[in-house]
Design a protein around this ligand. Structure first.
Ligand code: AMP
Ligand code: MG
Length: 310
């Protein structure tokens, strides 16, 4: 049901697409579905909406936001230099889970870019999300709808658990991709990966792009924290936390990831939440760190990084 306003037990604040559009047009904030994760949206040209994204998420101002667009004309609002390689990336992968970093135009407030002179842009594939952006007729900033550093939401229920009753949310079903977008930046015709995602290095190379690994030094992006997505109980990623795992083995439950990386990504945050709620500690193995597993490895590594629990 997405066509009426619903309060259930005073917690869920579900709004329809039309209501979400009205709230966003007026400079308010709504959680919206995308194919990657649910985003805490606000229009890019409303300073109030952008400030509130940082406030609601308790996100530090040094972590820049991604601007989401529904058509290529909106890109001209955000950048004056859409270079040919970036255009080709957009042609191949948009709409979809690829974010492209470009020089920012003067329309883009430095609060959005954390003071950088570049802006991150994505055209999501989720139909409802596209319709909302199109009708608001403004790019929307929309970082994941969770408190900073915590597990991202891949369903409306996850947003509700995080912000229950305090943030309006549009129900667009479970997210198809399930983890955040791949972030790239083109420098001198080469593609640098700032953050891995389900569009892999090989996916781009297979289409003729020259891609530099995110492990390369120059590709360190802002806001790429070591710790992120953290569950409330100890979580060990075997290989990374071998010593701690061996010491705590008896009281830990095993979490088996799906064999298929797309399925593992789609269910990743749901399962991570489930493990945190039903165990007092858990661990998983990941045998392959390459290809489409790289993004999953990256998220799990950050989720298992608990300085305070070790
Ligand atoms: P998310 O929180 O998933 O919406 O993604 C936001 C992330 O995008 C930030 O934490 C940065 O890592 C990255 N990002 C945003 N803007 C830029 C930029 N101008 N240059 C490089 N990375 C960026
Ligand atoms: Mg996030």
């Amino acid at each position: 049901m997405i066509h009426c306003l619903l309060y259930t037990e005073g917690r869920i604040l579900l709004v329809s697409k039309t209501q979400a559009i009205d709230i966003l047009k007026g400079g308010g904030n709504v959680a919206i579905p995308t194919e990657t994760v649910y985003g805490l949206a606000g229009r890019y040209d409303s300073l109030k909406a952008v400030e509130n994204i940082f406030r609601i998420k308790q996100r530090p101002s040094f972590d820049p936001l991604i601007c989401h667009i529904s058509n290529l004309e909106q890109i001209d609002l955000l950048t004056k230099n859409f270079d040919p390689t970036s255009q080709r990336l957009a042609k191949e992968f948009w709409p979809g889970p690829l974010t492209i970093v470009l020089p920012k135009s003067k329309n883009v407030d430095s609060l959005i870019t954390a003071g950088l002179d570049t802006v991150a842009i994505r055209m999501p594939k989720h139909r409802l999300c596209q319709e909302i952006i199109e009708e608001v007729a403004s790019p929307l900033c929309a970082p994941s709808a969770n408190y900073f550093g915590k597990t991202s939401p891949s369903s409306m229920q996850h947003v509700e658990t995080e912000f229950g009753g305090k943030l309006a949310v549009v129900d667009g079903g479970d997210c198809e991709i399930g983890i955040e977008s791949t972030i790239v930046e083109v420098i001198d015709g080469q593609v640098f990966i700032h953050r891995s995602g389900m569009i892999s290095k090989a996916d781009m190379e297979n289409l003729g792009f020259e891609v530099l690994d995110r492990k390369s030094k120059s590709a360190q992006g802002p806001g790429s924290m070591q710790d992120h997505y953290m569950p409330k109980v100890p979580f060990y990623l075997i290989k990374e936390n071998k010593k701690q795992y061996l010491e705590n083995k008896e009281r830990l439950k095993e979490w088996k990831l799906e064999d298929d990386p797309y399925l593992a990504a789609r269910n990743l945050y749901k399962n991570l939440r489930h493990q945190a709620e039903t165990t007092s500690g858990f661990y998983t193995y990941i045998s392959d760190e390459d290809g489409h597993w790289e993004a999953i490895w990256d998220r799990l590594k950050k989720a298992s990084y608990r300085k305070d629990l070790f």
